[in-house]
Ligand binder design. Sequence first.
Ligand code: PNS
Length: 163
Amino acid sequence: MSVTAVSPGSFDPVTYGHLDVLERAASRFDRLIVGVLRNESKHPLFAIEERIELLRAATAHMPNVEIEGFSGLLVDFCHARGVRVIVKGLRAVSDFEYELQMAQMNSRLGDVETLFLTTSPVYSFLSSSLVKEVARYGGDVSDFVPPVVAERLRQRLGDQAAG
Ligand code: PNS
């Protein structure tokens, strides 16, 4: 039996922390669908099309990974694809409380189970928000995001950093 999992997130933008979790999930499931939340109310730096494009570039070496955008409920996205497993990364205890609530809600709403992978310690401090802040002030983000993302951050935030 072939098992597909969904790994959801905002990915604004994708970091090496995300990629660590996606790579480890992709090696344990037959197929991994990365669900990119549209959520304009969060005012993402990158439009959904751009977040998807950057994720596709960063996961091009993973043949069983697909990238799709979604809006609405995650469980509906999973059901529409016949998926009953969500995979998420946990960086620290501080992530756990909210992640637990979401996992329990998704289980209750749609009988979709959430499996957590602990982030590799080298990436446990990483977040998209911090990466954007470092890039905004002209800091070097090359240890934190793939080159294609670093370049896009430079293009998008370079003017602000200079100003
Ligand atoms: O990367 P993020 O922003 O922490 O990801 C959050 C995400 C996308 C996993 C979460 O916001 C989500 O699942 N949103 C979809 C709406 C939904 O299903 N809400 C109820 C979940 S309990």
